[in-house]
Ligand binder design. Structure first.
Ligand code: HAM
Length: 403
């Protein structure tokens, strides 16, 4: 038997209901915030991710589904959504148009990670990207939007917040961090030694316990922010306070993608095990320029749909629509005809086999229909139909023309 690849799941039945429930709900919130849908390809030039997510990141360095296509192009399946949206933004010359552009998207992302609970190789994100607003109010709006989506899903969370500085304060901080790393270099893991050379701040979110305990002594970026970053971060916190969004400052929150500056945030859940990040995002004011566009401030986030599906509180399922069945083989044609006409306005299930009433009632229950409608020989003769309202537990026989 051929099975799906490791870390790649089918989504069907109840999971699919949860999936679409979330997408509809998040879409509704995004539209209320003035965002418009964008779809970008699953496959992009590898260079796009190298230049945005960054060659030193695990995502690009270790986890890409990368191959050469039949036209000899170096391509890969997108590991995340931001880079493609920025590429589209520049390609469509929206950077030149100026003004504000706000997009949302959802779809599959691919990362060749070690699969485990909550960590897949093909997973789905719901994300938004906002272009053209430098104000920290937009950062706060992103965070409030995630909070609104999670609230609508009945999901509790902890919000972790950090500032990664900008080109004014980050280089200086990086130098002091490198000096610190060198002072403990004999004791850190091989990955961190590599990170020191490629992207030193990534050592701060190393999962190795020994490294973590050493880095508690490391200089903190938050103490080295320049005036602009410092005042934006203070303002961000005060906007969140004003809007009653609780947060924790996590000075080690650096995010696994290289394009961020200033605001970085992650929403985590304590109820889904070790893969606890349910949403992450931040500001990326330099990325449009890195991808050959005109400098444009930008901020966004993405949510991991599979992780959220574990947590979503679904509304109570109401009985809906009709189930129509025949008790007599001669009534099947009529049942099909009635089904077809009722389907123009209602959800209708139909059984093509003649069965006894008990089995039809079971069938109606299985599809969660509100009305179980049955035609037997009596009903056929009298041009009537028997209907049971499975919610109110009432039954009646009515003329077919009234059905
Ligand atoms: P990210 O933190 O890499 O950010 O991913 C966002 C979310 O996707 C995570 O918080 C997590 O819920 C989910 N996720 C990531 N990897 C996996 C996986 N292997 N299996 C299941 N779920 C996963 C980004 O991708 C950025 N593009 C977010 C962003 C948008 N920043 C600015 N704009």
């Amino acid at each position: 038997m051929i099975k799906s690849l490791r870390g790649m799941n089918d989504i069907l039945s109840e999971d699919y209901e949860r999936f679409t429930y979330f997408i509809n709900l998040a879409t509704d919130v995004a539209q209320k915030y003035g965002f418009h849908f964008i779809e970008t390809p699953l496959l992009e030039e590898t260079a796009l991710f190298k230049r945005s997510v960054g060659e030193s990141s695990d995502i690009v360095g270790k986890e890409m589904y990368q191959f050469t296509d039949k036209g000899d192009n170096d391509v890969c399946l997108r590991p995340e959504g931001t880079a493609g949206v920025v590429r589209a933004f520049v390609q469509q010359k929206l950077d030149r148009a100026g003004g504000t552009h706000r997009f949302f998207y959802h779809g599959s992302m691919f990362r060749y990670e070690r699969p485990q609970k909550g960590r897949l190789r093909q997973f789905h994100q719901f994300g938004v990207e906002s272009f053209g607003v430098a104000s920290v109010y937009e950062d706060a709006t992103m965070i409030m939007m995630v909070a609104d989506i999670l609230k609508a899903c009945g999901i509790g969370y902890r919000l972790q917040l950090n500032s990664l500085g900008d080109q004014n304060c980050m280089p200086q901080y990086r130098d002091s961090l490198v000096a610190f790393i060198e002072s403990v270099e004999d004791e850190i893991c091989e990955d961190c030694k590599r990170r020191k050379a490629t992207n030193p701040i990534r050592v701060l979110d190393c999962k190795n316990e020994k490294c973590q305990s050493l880095y508690t002594q490391a200089p903190k970026l938050i103490n080295s922010l320049c005036e602009g970053c410092e005042s934006d971060f203070t303002k961000l916190k005060s906007i969140l306070d004003d809007n009653e969004i609780e947060y924790e400052i996590d000075t080690n929150l650096v995010r696994g993608l290289d394009y961020y500056s200033k605001t970085a945030f992650e929403f985590v859940s304590d109820n889904i095990g070790s893969q606890s990040a349910i949403a992450g995002g931040g500001r990326y004011d330099r990325l449009v320029e890195f991808l050959d566009g005109r400098a444009t401030p930008a901020v966004g986030f993405a949510m991991g749909i599979e992780r959220l599906m574990e947590l979503i509180v679904m509304p109570e399922k109401k009985r809906e629509g009709y189930y129509i069945g025949a008790m007599d083989a001669e009534a099947v044609d009529l049942v099909v005809k009635l089904t077809q006409s009722k389907r123009q306005s209602k959800k209708v299930s139909c059984d093509f086999k003649a069965k006894n009433l008990k089995n039809h009632l079971k069938g109606a229950d299985k599809v969660n229909a509100r009305f179980c409608c049955v035609i037997g020989s009596d009903e056929l003769e009298n041009s009537t139909i028997w209907i049971k309202d499975l919610q109110n537990k009432t039954e009646q026989t009515i003329a077919l023309e009234d059905f």
